[in-house]
Write a protein that binds this ligand. Structure first.
Ligand SMILES: [Zn+2]
Length: 428
């Protein structure tokens, strides 16, 4: 009998940034675990993937995903969201807590974990809320949530505005070794803004959101990190000023990190074009100078993680006037090709780019994923780095189709996604 959780991958270019490994090799996965990597003979009783011409990398880790279940299943379910992850080569997703009910209680955490396990497409690592009901007033039971399986804490979708609560959250994060993830937008400065403040917003007659909304909150939080020694991470950083603050904090040795979303790394406010609601997100697409600053910070390592902020929305919440449209775009299935676009443009080398979507986020969340080390889970993505294709919203696997990259020509296509030795996605 063939053993389904075992797999032999023959002759791939194996790139494992966790060990600076890059070379042609075979991968043997037995009972869901990576057994050996090198020039190997295929065992007789397990399936074989011929991977000549493909790159084998650790299954991707996306530390910022909205799965919408419980409560918003009409936007996406855990099964549908993790199916989209598999199609994008993402084997581990960290799910934000802005569900209904909010993931501020171990029962919700357990529910999410069960749903993901039953679906079987990807590993789910829930992120617990910092404040009860995302109200920004009262802290959740961080210890209990951690014990239930939460790998980090965030009120994402909403900024944590109360400095006292943020201070205490950072205090707790030190005690529990937990990561606090901030959606850094000063809500007073965001006001009714719906895109980046600047020339384009003026021309379109739309109220703008200044960079200062992000810069100010990141600066405040860094002061609180100095006060507490907590571990702090900026979600979807978008402004050059905020990135500069993070760089300074890192130079001082503070535990401050950040992630950027693919759309903030390659799109800018001119992509709002003719009021395209698929270019509406929070924080908004900034100007070209900010995009350039983000790319430089990624190359330098100030930004260590690329995370999608995958935010499914049903058509009705995007087919409305720009200012009324819901924020956010889906991103799981375009994460790899957009990251490779940065490589092809010479922004950063392949191994560093893959680190930003595998071992770096895994390390931040304390996960034993994002590497092909023997003894680790057999989570692997196999992709053709040369294949060109065009993103179409209809071809996406999730139930919501709100991509910012529709009709974009990209290069690099996921061929197989392997989760613990099992093929969970196969292309063509
Ligand atoms: Zn957010």
């Amino acid at each position: 009998m063939m053993r389904v959780e075992s797999l032999f991958i023959r002759g791939a270019r194996v790139v494992d940034p966790a060990h600076a490994h890059d070379g042609v090799a075979d991968i043997l996965i037995v009972d869901g675990v990576i057994r050996e990597i090198g020039k190997l003979a295929a065992p007789a009783d397990i399936p074989v993937i011929e991977a000549d011409g493909l790159i084998a990398a650790p299954g991707l880790v996306d530390m910022h995903v909205h799965l919408r279940e419980p409560g918003f299943e009409y936007k996406e379910t855990i099964a549908g969201g993790t199916r989209a992850a598999a199609a994008g080569g993402v084997t581990s997703v960290a799910a934000m807590p802005n569900t209904k009910p909010v993931n501020d209680d171990p029962s919700v955490t357990g529910y999410m974990l069960d749903k993901a396990r039953m679906a079987g497409f990807a590993n789910l690592f829930p992120i617990g809320a910092i404040s009860k009901g995302l109200q920004g007033k009262e802290l959740t039971e961080i210890g209990l949530l951690k014990a239930a399986g939460c790998v980090a804490f965030s009120d994402d979708g909403l900024p944590l505005m109360n400095s006292g609560i943020m201070r205490r959250a950072l205090d707790y994060s030190r005690a529990f070794g937990a990561l606090i993830i901030q959606h850094a937008e000063d809500s007073g400065l965001v006001g009714c803004g719906c895109m980046n403040e600047g020339e384009v917003a003026s021309r379109l007659g739309l109220p703008g959101i200044p960079n200062a909304s992000e810069d100010i909150l990141v600066e405040r939080d860094i002061r609180l990190v100095e006060l507490t020694g907590g571990r702090y991470h900026v979600a979807h950083i978008s402004s050059g000023g905020a990135v500069a603050s993070v760089a300074k904090a890192q130079e001082k040795g503070l535990k401050v990190t950040c992630e950027a979303a693919p759309h903030h790394l390659v799109l800018n406010d001119t992509d709002v074009g003719d009021y395209d609601t698929n270019a509406k997100m929070a924080p908004p697409l900034r100007n070209k100078r900010d995009v350039h600053a983000l790319q430089e910070a990624l190359a330098r390592g100030t930004i260590g993680v690329i995370a999608t902020d995958h935010a499914p929305h049903e058509e009705d919440s995007k087919r409305v006037p720009f200012c009324h449209a819901a924020n956010g775009v889906v991103g799981l299935e375009t994460l790899l090709p957009i990251t490779l676009e940065l490589v092809n443009q010479g922004v950063l080398p392949l191994s560093k780019a893959l680190a930003a979507i595998s071992c770096n986020p895994a390390r931040l969340l304390g996960l034993d994923r994002g590497t092909l080390t023997p003894g680790c889970m057999g989570d692997v993505v196999l992709f053709d780095p040369q294949e060109q294709w065009t993103v179409t919203s209809q071809a996406l696997h999730g139930s919501s189709k709100n991509t910012a990259f529709a009709e974009r020509a990209v290069k690099g296509r996921v061929k197989y996604t392997v989760l613990a030795g099992r093929i969970v996605h196969q292309e063509g």
